[in-house]
Design a protein around this ligand. Structure first.
Ligand SMILES: [Zn+2]
Length: 133
């Protein structure tokens, strides 16, 4: 989503729960964590929060509502993993190409099989040794 689409949803939250729960510093952090979401997905999540939450939803509630399964949930999970770790082995792609073959990395990104579908052999520390004889 873009800046404007995000701001519209934050404005809705402010109208329901009050400005004081969404100061600029907090809004910026929410933006940095959820900006990768599509505008429609973000709006749907905010609407759900507004309907369900008596008190101003903050980051925990945001994470819960956007961790739903489906494309947007998967993207959010990938972003969380990427923010928390950096994998030198696969460069945070979850995939290792070696000797003309493609492997799933053994890091959380590869383990979760988040970035690709279908069967892909798992990269083992022994794989490289096997190829090198
Ligand atoms: Zn990796």
């Amino acid at each position: 989503m873009n800046d404007k689409e995000f701001s519209e949803q934050i404005h809705k939250l402010k109208q329901v729960y009050g400005d004081r729960y969404y100061p600029d510093g907090r809004v910026r952090l929410i933006w940095s964590e959820f900006k990768h979401l599509g505008a429609k997905d973000f709006e749907a999540g905010i609407d759900k929060l507004i309907l369900e939450k008596r008190q101003a939803p903050l980051i925990d509630e945001f994470r819960a509502v956007f961790a739903i399964s489906g494309a947007s949930g998967r993207q959010a999970r990938i972003q969380q993993i990427k923010a928390a770790n950096y994998c030198d082995l696969c460069g945070n792609t979850g995939v290792i190409s070696f000797a003309s073959k493609t492997y799933r990395c053994s890091c959380p990104l590869g383990e979760a099989g988040l970035l690709f579908s279908g069967m892909m052999p798992r990269w083992e520390t022994t794989t490289e040794k096997t190829f090198n004889g």
